[in-house]
Design a binder for this molecule. Structure first.
Ligand code: GLA
Length: 391
């Protein structure tokens, strides 16, 4: 399958640009197992990369032009590195534009390139298709122009492109997971220190299934930015009682129990979610290390409840999927994954229950919503990589 895809991509590159590609670059999407809306609060996250990649075939050009052809949209676009503007028509190219811009702003010497893109990461689903495009683009420039950039710098630059050029104030998790994930492992990231370590995912007899609600709130990006603002407000409010804190990461369970009731209602709810979600990430790591699937599933369920009731980023459709799944025997945990406001639910379940779960969801969900959901079985996969092409 991968080989067929690559052959098709290579043929498309030759047809589009009349030459051979030099490099193939692949960067995956991600699913967050637990630790939601904690990254921009300098907390903990535990994502895995999924076996769905954005693939790019690229080659150098002698000038400053970047030409792009997207196989999925069957659209092309181009821009000049000397004056990088926002694309209004082909908005998908803003990720490549944003990456080129931050690289140039940081003084990296890059030239033009020709690119064919094939995206397999579902879009607007909370599976980080955008981070996969950013990471694949930055690796393309890095390899073609032999840039010396350390992995953490790549991650920070990719995030900056999304923050500054695309305008979504995302945290650092998605780019991190897309670049540095490993097969069979989850990636634990301390989003303050940027220390990370790999945690083996081995829950005996269990698998992860992602279910796409196929609904995304239109203003998801602005709602996300609003949560970020609320967290900054929460820090200011908590500071009145705990002047030493710099972010919600510094607030402990004991603190929130003591001072929570003095905070404005909404602020308390947001802060409480973050404080307990950080705790849940630590417990989830222990559960993984002990192969304790029941405990892991419970933590996922708690996480969803908190995202729904305290952080208020769930939706009717996501709650319906979660509740339907929880009624199926062998389903250990269910939670929305990613930013929320639509997108996907992640189930942790016994392998033997998969057909039953899918059947039940397909029975209930379309009837109530008029929408057919999509399923993706996911396993912890390898982060981004590139290879020279010899054809
Ligand atoms: C989006 C952002 C991430 C993170 C999650 C919520 O995926 O890009 O940085 O904040 O939402 O956990």
């Amino acid at each position: 399958m991968v080989i067929t895809l690559n052959k098709q991509l290579i043929a498309s590159f030759k047809e589009t640009y009349g030459k051979k590609p030099f490099l193939i670059v692949k960067a995956p999407g991600r699913v967050n197992l637990i630790g939601e809306h904690t990254d921009y609060n300098e907390g903990f996250v535990l994502p895995i990369a999924i076996d769905r990649y954005t693939t790019m075939l690229v080659s150098r050009r002698g000038d400053k032009k970047v030409r792009l052809y997207d196989l999925k949209y069957k659209e092309s676009d181009e821009f000049d590195l000397n004056s990088i503007e926002h694309a209004e028509l082909h908005r998908w190219s803003n990720y490549q534009r944003g990456i080129a811009k931050v690289l140039i702003d940081e003084g990296y010497k890059i030239g033009g390139m020709d690119m064919v893109i094939c995206g397999e990461v579902p879009e607007s689903a909370g599976l980080s298709s955008s981070a996969s495009v950013e990471i694949a683009t930055i690796l393309s420039f890095k390899e073609l122009y032999r840039l010396h950039i350390e992995p953490l710098e790549i991650i920070k630059l990719a995030r900056r492109a999304e923050n500054e050029f695309v305008g979504v104030e995302c945290g650092i998790m998605d780019q991190f997971a897309s670049l540095l994930s490993r097969k069979e492992f989850a990636l634990f990231i301390d989003c303050r220190t940027l220390d990370y370590r790999y945690v083996r995912v081995s829950l005996p007899g269990c698998i992860f299934l992602v279910c796409n609600s196929m609904v995304q709130r239109e203003l998801a990006a602005s709602a996300y930015n609003e949560r970020r603002r609320e967290c900054r407000e929460a820090v200011e409010a908590v500071k009145k009682y705990l002047p030493h804190i710099e972010s919600l990461r510094d607030v402990t369970v004991k603190d929130i129990k003591k001072f929570g009731s003095y905070l404005p209602e909404e602020v308390r709810k947001r802060a409480e979610h973050v404080v307990y979600e950080n705790e849940r990430v630590k417990k989830a790591i222990e559960a993984l290390e002990h192969g304790d699937s029941e405990a892991f599933g419970d933590l996922m369920n708690q996480s969803h409840r908190s995202l729904k009731e305290l952080y208020e980023v769930s939706s009717e459709e996501l709650d319906l999927l979660v509740d339907t799944g929880k009624g199926v025997e062998g389903v250990l945990g269910a939670r929305l994954t990613g930013a929320g406001f639509g997108g996907c639910v992640l189930f942790c379940l016994k392998e033997s229950s998969i057909e039953q779960l899918k059947e039940r969801v397909l029975e209930v969900y379309p009837k109530k919503t008029g929408i057919t959901p999509q399923f993706y079985e996911v396993a912890p996969s390898k982060g981004a990589f590139s290879e020279e092409i010899f054809v």
